[in-house]
Design a protein around this ligand. Sequence first.
Ligand SMILES: NC(=O)c1ccc[n+]([C@@H]2O[C@H](COP(=O)([O-])OP(=O)(O)OC[C@H]3O[C@@H](n4cnc5c(N)ncnc54)[C@H](O)[C@@H]3O)[C@@H](O)[C@H]2O)c1
Length: 94
Amino acid sequence: MTQDRGKTLLVTGGCGFIGTNLVRFLLNRPEGWRVVNVDSLTYAGNRVSLAAADDNPNFRFVHGDVRNAEAVDAVEAILADGVDATMGRFNAGP
Ligand SMILES: NC(=O)c1ccc[n+]([C@@H]2O[C@H](COP(=O)([O-])OP(=O)(O)OC[C@H]3O[C@@H](n4cnc5c(N)ncnc54)[C@H](O)[C@@H]3O)[C@@H](O)[C@H]2O)c1
């Protein structure tokens, strides 16, 4: 993504297991990406795990459902981790 320098990236489910590490990784990259994390904070989401990123001007947290179009407005790339990853529940309502 080197051609995407300075762009705004959307991470869905950034408070989950993979998303938390993905957000940290992206914010530490030299490209200067802005990261918007949209997470609905289900049982699997942990807001505290990204508390340190709140001081980063390139980071914004949106408490919302990724299925809500307003929550995902004005981004240029999407990195999707925001699903209920529990197999039975995902199959019942993906
Ligand atoms: N963890 C693994 O080993 C693994 C392996 C392969 C693939 N995956 C896939 O990677 C993705 C993330 O996995 P994970 O382990 O980080 O999951 P996780 O359950 O730890 O995190 C999911 C996050 O998504 C959020 N979320 C759920 N529904 C949402 C919605 N509608 N809108 C916004 N946020 C929502 C939750 O609050 C949570 O923070 C899943 O698609 C999973 O199937 C995970």
